[in-house]
Design a protein. Structure first.
Length: 320
């Protein structure tokens, strides 16, 4: 007989998902009490949260529970490093139907734990509840290690725009899955499990990044956040962008402009930021420039090769 959440119960599930969890030196009190306790040596902590809802952010016929766990952790850990911080811990809220196999929840937890292991972050607590569909909420914490945070509002005229990581892969994977296919496998796996360049956030901060953002909604959309917060204009130079072969194959099969995947595809969690030209870290690709606003292009604007981008610039929640 398959054990379900209903038969396992809330406290049985909590005991199962916390069994054997290790905690890092930043954790003073881990799972098991009313709240966890974290050490914050310099008095500042980065905190972020994200929500995944079944049918909206993932589908069980597209992704395994383990995939969902990796993705849930990754999108939060990427937000932490996008502040220039070092991830330290996360807490997990989980809701699911009583008939959901307990094994699904345990597999989800393993995916979260394995993604955390990549950055040596600890799972320190959370909550469980019965719900009509699966919901996963993750809150992540990070330490600035004495550095100031890198904000979206710091871009300056004369800076260069650079990125590191993958662009458009997850979006291409979604396009494939939405049509009932499973190849190219590389893009499908990118949709299921993003691969954020975790080490590059703190590295960019140390290099002197003036602003930083993770690409969760799309390159143009997220650069728009930087442009608006910094009150500058950002121009993206498409000649500096490359479209990998798997994205070209998907574009050809679906009739989509391959470059659109790169410009507007989200959920790869690449990092994009602005730097003085001499400060761009090795391994980052310069793809644009920052300038002051003017009458033709007001502050807060993002252009592509000097002109407005005609299509949607990326994902927008609650867009009808």
């Amino acid at each position: 007989m398959t054990e379900t959440l209903g038969s396992t119960g809330e406290f049985g599930l909590i005991a199962a998902v916390t069994k054997g969890l290790s905690t890092g030196e930043d954790v003073l009190v881990g799972p098991g009490d009313d709240a966890a306790v974290m050490a914050v040596p310099d008095g500042r902590m980065v905190i972020t949260t994200d929500l995944l809802v079944e049918g909206r952010h993932f589908r069980q016929d597209w992704s395994s529970a383990y995939d969902v766990g990796r993705k849930a952790a990754a999108q939060n850990l990427a937000d932490v490093v996008a502040m220039g911080a070092r991830p330290t811990a996360l807490v997990v809220g989980f809701g699911g139907p009583a008939e959901l196999p307990t094994a699904w929840a345990l597999e989800l937890n393993q995916g979260i734990a394995d993604e955390c292991e990549l950055v040596e972050a600890s799972i320190i607590g959370g909550d469980t509840v019965q719900s009509d569909k699966i919901v996963v909420s993750v809150t992540a914490f990070g330490s600035l290690d004495g550095r100031p945070p890198v904000l979206r509002s710091g871009a300056r005229p004369g800076d260069e725009v650079a990125y590191v990581g993958r662009l458009g892969w997850a979006e291409a994977g979604w396009a494939v899955l939405a049509r009932g296919f499973r190849s190219p496998r590389a893009v499908v796996e990118a949709h299921r499990r993003p691969q954020p360049p975790y080490a590059e956030g703190p590295r960019a901060a140390l290099a002197g990044a003036s602003s930083l953002c993770d690409v969760s909604d799309g390159l143009l959309s997220d650069l728009g956040h930087i442009a608006a917060a910094s009150q500058v204009i950002i121009d993206v130079h498409t000649k500096a962008l490359t479209v990998p072969e798997p994205l070209q194959a998907v574009a050809a099969a679906t009739g989509v402009d391959a470059l659109k995947f790169v410009l507007t595809g989200g959920e790869d969690h690449a990092l994009v930021g602005t730097f003085e030209p001499a400060d761009v870290p090795e391994g980052w690709t310069v793809i644009g420039s920052v300038a002051e606003g003017n009458e033709e292009r007001p502050a807060g604007t993002v252009t592509v090769d000097g002109a407005p981008y005609a299509a949607d610039t990326g994902h927008a929640h609650f867009r009808s």
